[in-house]
Design a protein around this ligand. Structure first.
Ligand code: DHB
Length: 322
């Protein structure tokens, strides 16, 4: 039986592949650990869901420092998929995560299709996982990562192989570091994806003018935070025009108004990323803010905001290549 989540008379819930999410505000992979460290600061059960840090088959120590730096309105990271590995996740993190009433979505990263399949297969044997987000868009690793997500055929191949292994929601997280992100979204949708996460980080760099060296050990990294919000909005808008499946909008969301903008351009839900480092309770504030906005504007179902942008398509540059 499905339960419809209402917050003070406002319908906030939505469903992907039969899984109901209580609201549209999620925390993004890599910005909330495995959910267990932050639970003392934040009531994580209020969230629509938690996207875990990317998991690979074996533990990874990631890239050497310096691997995080602050930029104007943003953050550059080159973590390099540091993670505890899927087995340790199952043994040490999942027992706690299972006790939560929020949905747990496991983000998977891999350097081969086989590794993606192996990680997903062992997770399939576990209880307490609502679905998977597939990271084909990490800009900070030599093998796999963004090289998968900038190859349409590879994106489709990974999606279709994983599709045979699970009936749970399969969400493909795309990189904006391509010419037309909509082509990748279409490839994932045709191969059986249930939803698309848009966007991962943009490649960026920073330079130390005293030493003349790059500030990151890997020279380039992934830019996130408010600096990328306008780009993310345009990418969500582009993808929303191209596919029918739901979109998780991500990129620089720092408050309720930002989240509403993402819904209006076509995101079914949003993920809060970099701002979690500034205020771990930001997502809860946005959940409350969305309800207040709905109440003030006499909106009884948040779904009416999704794609409700009033754009004059005659002047849309997008139309020429969609
Ligand atoms: C990493 C960085 C990202 O921007 C991302 O989306 C996933 C992983 C990383 O370097 O670990």
């Amino acid at each position: 039986m499905t339960t419809v989540s209402m917050a003070n008379g406002i319908k906030t819930s939505f469903t992907i592949r039969g899984v109901e999410f209580k609201n549209r505000v999620f925390v993004a992979s890599g910005t909330f650990g495995y959910g267990d460290e932050i639970c003392e600061l934040v009531d994580v059960n209020q969230l629509g869901g938690i996207f875990t840090k990317s998991l690979s088959w074996k533990p990874r120590c990631g890239n050497p420092p310096q691997r995080i730096i602050e930029t104007a309105s943003g953050m550059l990271n080159s973590i390099g998929l540091a993670n505890i590995g899927v087995q340790t996740f199952i043994e040490q993190k999942l027992p706690y995560l299972r006790t939560l009433s929020t949905r747990i979505l496991v983000n998977i990263a891999a350097s081969s299709i086989k590794e993606f399949c192996d990680v997903l297969s062992v997770l399939e044997e576990q209880k307490g996982i609502a679905g998977y987000e597939i990271n084909v868009s990490c800009p900070n690793v030599k093998e796999g990562g963004m090289s998968f997500g900038t190859d349409c055929k590879m994106t489709a191949e990974i999606t279709s192989q994983l599709r045979t292994l699970t009936t749970k929601p399969l969400i493909i997280k795309l990189t904006p570091n391509v010419t037309h992100i909509s082509e990748f979204a279409r490839a994932a949708e045709s191969a059986g994806a249930d939803a698309i996460s848009v966007i991962n980080t943009l490649i960026g760099m920073a330079v130390d003018i005293k030493t003349h060296k790059p500030k990151l050990s890997t020279v380039t990294g992934g830019l996130s935070g408010p600096a990328i919000k306008p780009i993310a909005l345009a990418k969500v808008y582009e993808v929303a025009k191209a596919v029918k499946i739901p979109i998780f909008g991500i990129g620089g969301i720092a408050g309720t108004e930002d989240a509403i903008e993402f819904l209006l351009v076509g995101a079914t839900a949003v993920q809060i990323g970099t701002m979690n480092f500034v205020d771990p309770a930001i997502s809860i504030k946005i959940i409350d803010g969305l309800e207040n906005y709905a109440r003030e504007n006499k909106i009884s179902n948040i779904s009416t905001l999704v794609g409700a942008l009033d754009a004059d398509v005659k002047f849309s540059v997008l139309q020429s290549w969609l």
